[in-house]
Write a protein that binds this ligand. Structure first.
Ligand code: SF4
Length: 334
């Protein structure tokens, strides 16, 4: 598969070797001489922050999920499903820069059954459908060829009367999902943006065309299919650019019902500092003078587009989505 992730170095937690997937990954990458560690992921020393970041993005960590509780995941789901964290892509605006800093390892958890068992118990606690998000801190499709974790999870949720699973991706590797029994309990969403934003900010991820093609295959395999459009940027001719994208999408997809999630661009001062350190050449618009400050959920503030611009974005997308995808729903705009 074109551009698929292959690590340059591998760290394996000793206890992960007690699981078949841990042993399989150790065998698969034995030529890279994996470092076996006990509790703490080894530090990468002697490199500048940027070099450390680059190498970490090529480092596969094979570990165990050892948390006791899942993190909550509003607005897209009830809970995060901690199968993977990290992503090999290099989108300049990526929300993971602040979460993972200079150690954005691609960390795959091998105790998938334990994670799913916990999910199952949470489903039983709630009277209505409980929704789990598989991509809260990762793009899990980027490493599915190594773990098969999503395929297992899709089949698991097919058997859960009250559980739903969803994940979002920019990677088009959906072939291994197409034949699975999913009973429409899993929603596959594709993260897309206009060509202008992709060319400017999204490095190391597949083209819009490939994402649309993959979405078409998911829809044809009867998966509930959706699109996360974002981050939405305001720039000269943004309306034309986003309309071209929606048109390309409508032409590339079978007729049907899709969901849309719309996220306008925002940044924190901490994120800006990281982005400028990690990608000094980046052109992400982060001028706080042109934004509206809003206190965030965790005590730090973020800079959104001013209210009038957000309204213009929202109105534009709701209207165009209605026109191009009359059967579809906009789940939220933020
Ligand atoms: S694909 Fe998603 S998770 Fe990966 S770098 Fe881009 S924005 Fe971040």
């Amino acid at each position: 598969m074109k551009g698929i992730f292959q690590p340059q170095q591998v760290f394996i937690q000793q206890d992960a070797l007690n699981y078949p997937l841990g042993r399989e990954l150790a065998r698969r990458f034995h030529e890279l001489e994996p470092v076996i560690y006990q509790k703490r992921i080894p530090a990468i020393r002697g490199l500048e922050p940027r070099e450390k970041f680059q190498l970490s993005k090529k480092t596969l960590v094979v570990s165990l999920w050892q948390g006791r509780e899942f993190q909550s995941c509003r607005p897209s789901a009830h809970w995060q499903l901690p199968l993977v964290s990290g992503c090999p892509g290099h989108c300049h605006y990526c929300y993971l820069h602040t979460n993972l800093g200079t150690r954005p390892f691609i960390n795959v958890r091998v105790n998938i059954e334990e994670i799913l068992k916990k999910a199952s118990s949470l489903c039983k606690e709630m009277p209505k459908a409980t929704v789990f998000e598989g991509a809260a801190t990762s793009d899990p499709v980027a490493v599915e060829h190594l773990t098969g974790a999503l395929a297992k999870t899709i089949e698991f949720f097919a058997q859960q009367p009250h559980g739903r699973f969803r994940f979002v991706t920019k990677f088009p590797y959906v072939e291994s999902f197409l034949e699975l029994e999913h009973r429409q309990k899993t929603e596959i969403r594709f993260s897309i943006n206009c060509q202008e934003a992709i060319a400017a900010f999204e490095k190391g991820v597949p083209s819009l065309k490939r994402r649309i093609k993959a979405a078409g295959k998911a829809a044809e395999a009867n998966y509930p299919t959706g699109f996360l459009i974002g981050p939405l940027f305001v720039f000269p001719q943004w309306k034309e650019a986003y309309e071209r994208m929606l048109k390309e999408l409508s032409v590339g997809l079978p007729e049907g019902k899709y969901t849309f999630e719309l996220i306008s661009h925002r940044f924190t001062l901490r994120a800006r500092q990281w982005i400028n350190t990690l990608y000094p050449e980046n052109k992400v618009p982060m001028d706080e003078e042109k934004r509206q400050f809003k206190f965030g959920q965790f005590g730090y503030g973020k800079y959104l587009y001013p209210k009038a611009q957000r309204k213009e974005l929202e109105d534009f997308f709701r209207e165009k989505i209605r026109a191009y995808f009359p059967q579809s729903d906009v789940l939220y705009f933020v």
